[in-house]
Design a protein. Structure first.
Length: 381
């Protein structure tokens, strides 16, 4: 048996591959706080790998906070720390979005890492203009139903994508898991979950040896809480997550439909964030009493969210020591999806549910999902 070898100039020899121009995606980041800063760092560190393995260039065009926007994103100071950039001007979200989109026809993605209703109000317009949005901001998906419907209509009309995995469970695949179940014909029956990494951490640590207020201050310093810890302690942050999951399942739930049993006394609900932090000691006696009652009943305290049909409730419960929630660790979120398929044994998603790094990673993954829809291959290790 002989093998013919093509001579150097034979037409049988494969022609050299032509270099393919990378896909350039314009990126703008709104909200360079803890999550936004972590996202900027991840984008910078991953740029070489995305270019070499995926032929993808995520070109940072602009960064905006509530007062300023920086539009000189080739500046190394901005790439390292947004507030060090040289070119800035007063924030204007419409001008910001137009700058990110540019006029060269490249796809554009806005990463909203704020917790702002003002920014969420812009989603429908951005999507209608063909600008994709990725976000951990819960305000859009849990806010007024009419606004949420307008956002859906705008995305459907333009084909622009909205991804919000980071709104529930930080970096855990919660929203996508539920979406996959429903898209393949399953039906959601109920959700039971520890949906706050902050409250999971607090109640895992709260054993009576340290005042509850001291643990809240520590969680705030670690970046586990929302900028205003009352968003966690009131239960409203968890209620928003429950609303997001309900709407993902086709239930037209609003925040007003959720029974929320919060931990913030009425007299501290309306004061400034700084005044609230100074008054945290007021939580210690009520929380010590709750802990004593739970121990007397042979259980542990956990913050739990429940959705069963249209019945939705959020609050602290006494959990039996053999329950799965009693064994969660640190900032673990635990979400149990009971569905038509997973009826005898619920599908469980569990893992760290708080922290800027994991939340930013969820936003980054959503950004890559947008690029993947444009044909970018998955990056190989």
């Amino acid at each position: 048996m002989s093998i013919a070898i093509a001579p150097p100039h034979s037409p049988l020899r494969a022609a050299p591959r032509r270099a393919v121009a990378p896909l350039v995606v314009h990126v703008g980041v709104v909200g360079p706080g803890k999550v936004g800063t972590a996202l900027l760092t991840q984008l910078r560190l991953m740029a070489p790998r995305l270019a070499s393995h995926c032929n993808l260039e995520l070109r940072l065009r602009a960064v905006s906070d509530s007062r300023h926007m920086w539009l000189d994103c080739d500046d190394e100071a901005l790439n390292g720390r947004s507030h060090g950039a040289q070119t800035w001007r007063p924030a204007d979200l419409d001008e910001f979005a137009a700058y990110v989109a540019g006029d060269g026809g490249e796809p554009a993605v806005l990463a909203d890492c704020s917790a702002s209703d003002v920014v969420a109000d812009r989603y429908a317009g951005w999507l209608a203009a063909g600008i994709h949005v990725v976000t951990p901001n819960k305000r859009a998906a849990s806010g007024p139903l009419e606004r949420w419907r307008r956002i859906g209509v705008a995305a459907g009309a333009s084909g622009a994508r909205l991804h919000y995995e980071g709104t529930v469970g930080a970096g855990l695949p919660v929203v996508q898991t539920l979406r996959d179940l429903l898209d393949t014909g399953d039906e959601l029956v109920a959700v039971e979950g520890m949906l706050s990494g902050t409250l999971a951490w607090l109640f895992n640590r709260f054993d009576g040896s340290t005042p509850f207020s001291a643990l809240v201050r520590e969680a705030h310093a670690l970046g586990y809480t929302e900028p205003d810890p009352r968003d966690d302690l009131s239960g409203m942050d968890v209620a928003r997550k429950l609303v997001i999951l309900a709407r993902e399942a086709g239930v037209a739930l609003s925040l007003e439909d959720v029974e929320v049993r919060g931990l913030v006394p009425d007299d501290l609900a309306a004061c400034s964030p700084d005044a609230f932090m100074e008054s945290l000691d007021a939580l210690d006696a009520p929380m010590a009493a709750r802990l004593a009652a739970a121990r007397a009943a042979g259980g542990v305290l956990r913050h739990v969210a429940r959705l069963d049909g249209r019945r939705a409730a959020v609050g602290v419960e006494t959990i039996e020591p053999d329950h799965a929630f009693a064994h969660a660790r640190l900032t673990d979120n635990v979400i149990r999806f009971a569905t038509r398929r997973y009826c005898d044994n619920a599908l469980v998603v569990q893992g760290p549910g708080a922290g800027p790094e994991v939340t930013a990673a969820a936003v980054f993954a959503d950004l890559l999902r947008v690029a993947g829809a444009m044909g970018v291959k998955r990056c190989a290790c």
